[in-house]
Write a new protein. Structure first.
Length: 116
């Protein structure tokens, strides 16, 4: 990726300098709620979340990530939320707890990682 990385500590890091279309934004904390990283292009926001544990759900009911992302990423273009999950054993991967606010804001793309 030929974009400068912007590592941020908190949502307030975007108060004085909004996200630029040339930046790849990565939280300083690895357990950031809502996303592992995001990139803004002139036409869309692309949000990336990966969960490799079979016991950890990506889309928990207490997900506060949307409210945080709304303060960091532009709201004037569509959002594409990419979720990478481990391969399951014979069952489909579904998002069971996505709050209606998320559905209205983002187009979800679920990608299954073959962990065998």
């Amino acid at each position: 990726m030929k974009r400068p990385w912007r590592t941020y500590q908190s949502v307030s890091d975007f108060d004085t300098r909004p996200t630029g279309v040339t930046e790849y934004c990565v939280p300083a904390r690895p357990n950031n709620p809502g996303c592992d990283s995001f990139v803004v292009t002139p036409n869309a926001v692309h949000i990336f979340q990966m969960a490799v544990s079979r016991t950890h759900t990506v889309d928990t009911k207490g997900q506060k990530g949307l409210q945080l992302l709304k303060k960091m990423a532009p709201l004037d273009r569509p959002w594409h939320y990419f979720i990478v999950v481990p391969q399951t054993t014979g069952t489909l991967v579904t998002l069971t707890s996505v709050h209606q606010d998320w559905v209205a804001r983002a187009l979800f793309h679920v990608m299954v990682l073959d962990c065998s």
